[in-house]
Design a binder for this molecule. Structure first.
Ligand SMILES: Cc1cc2nc3c(=O)[nH]c(=O)nc-3n(C[C@H](O)[C@H](O)[C@H](O)COP(=O)(O)OP(=O)(O)OC[C@H]3O[C@@H](n4cnc5c(N)ncnc54)[C@H](O)[C@@H]3O)c2cc1C
Ligand code: SF4
Ligand code: SF4
Ligand code: SF4
Length: 292
């Protein structure tokens, strides 16, 4: 069975796609997929697995245009993602959005929101893993128009679901995600993790922002990168309607790659301040991911 091979090879990203399609709920996902004894080996789940589907040769051949964007919300960069979700919920274009929240110990969890006022609960990057797609099955039973935000492996699987109710797919750029060991590492710096209000990467350093900035070389946290990320060759979320990231825009802005007509339509509904983005900078980071 194909997903068993993916799991055994250490390549499962924990995206949660297989959970959505398994007809008998035989698979669960936390860090990675775990197949229960009741599995009938029907192989239906392999249809939604991003690793089995494979990576694009040219990650940028579907980009219609690139720009920078920012909203008036607080977010990781320009809060473009939060601004998009808030508008789509407020306009009634979607009736729910699935994203990632966290508790005060920085444990990341997938969350489903239905109210524009709750979007802030998902704002900000959590560099640890959360199986976003594991909430899709529930959402499809209750809601008609669903937005999904997630890292490239998650939006890839969301696209493979080919589900009419998923009307907006917002992807994030991603070099790698980390285990919860990253948060334990931050605590080890003598920082109370509950005081950390932002984690980020800046000029070759990992930074935890609390009462002051705690900067460490990226090599110090590399050991906490999730092993499955080593196999990943999609930096910019090829399968999203709109991909959003930090690189390529000035501080306080988010870079946006519009990849589908649906993505253009979504942006027409949204109030965002717009500027220019540097596509070469995005491509350089994508190349770096592929090389390393
Ligand atoms: C693991 C990870 C690695 C990243 N690496 C890079 C990078 O190398 N270079 C780069 O330019 N950008 C990277 N990004 C993207 C960047 O950090 C911002 O998420 C992006 O610029 C959007 O910023 P924003 O202010 O518009 O988002 P906000 O308005 O702050 O919204 C954040 C959105 O991110 C979602 N989210 C937060 N954490 C997670 C998570 N763990 N998994 C899935 N979804 C999540 C939330 O649901 C929310 O919708 C990464 C993001 C993640 C999650
Ligand atoms: S092979 Fe079939 S039964 Fe087994 S986990 Fe996949 S979808 Fe479920
Ligand atoms: S669909 Fe996602 S969670 Fe399931 S086996 Fe593939 S990578 Fe792992
Ligand atoms: S690098 Fe990012 S997109 Fe790729 S498998 Fe890891 S978390 Fe998923």
């Amino acid at each position: 069975m194909k997903i068993r091979e993916i799991i055994d090879a250490g390549k499962c990203t924990g995206c949660g796609g297989c959970v959505v399609v398994c007809p008998i709920d035989a698979v669960t996902v936390k860090e990675r997929a775990v197949i229960g004894d009741e599995c009938t080996e029907c192989d239906v789940c392999s249809m939604t697995c991003p690793v089995i589907d494979g990576f694009p040769e040219n990650e940028f051949d579907n980009v219609l245009r690139a720009c920078a964007g920012r909203s008036d919300m607080q977010g990781q960069d320009g809060a473009a993602v939060s601004g998009i979700l808030r508008s789509l919920l407020a306009e009634g274009y979607i009736d729910c959005a699935i994203g990632v929240g966290r508790d005060d110990m920085w444990r990341a969890t997938p969350i489903l929101i239905t109210d524009a006022q709750d979007v802030a609960k998902t704002s900000g990057t959590k560099y640890t893993h959360a199986p976003v797609l594991s909430l899709v099955k529930d959402a499809m039973e209750k809601y008609e128009r669903i937005a999904i935000t997630g890292v490239p492996c998650q939006v890839h699987s969301a696209r493979l679901l080919n589900e009419k109710k998923i009307v907006a797919i917002i992807g994030l750029f991603c070099m790698s995600s980390f285990t919860h060991g990253l948060c334990e590492f931050v605590s080890g710096l003598g920082v109370d993790i509950r005081d950390v209000h932002k984690m980020d990467f800046d000029k070759g350093k990992f930074v935890a922002y609390a009462d002051k900035e705690h900067r460490v070389p990226i090599k110090d946290i590399k050991g906490h990168a999730r092993p499955s990320c080593k196999h990943c060759r999609d930096f910019s979320a090829y399968h999203a309607d709109i991909s959003v990231g930090s690189v390529g825009s000035p501080e306080g802005w988010s870079t946006m790659l519009i990849r589908t007509k649906e993505g253009e339509k979504l942006l027409d509904l949204v109030e965002l301040e717009c500027g220019d983005a540097d596509m070469d900078a995005v491509k350089r980071l994508s190349d770096m991911k592929r090389k390393t």
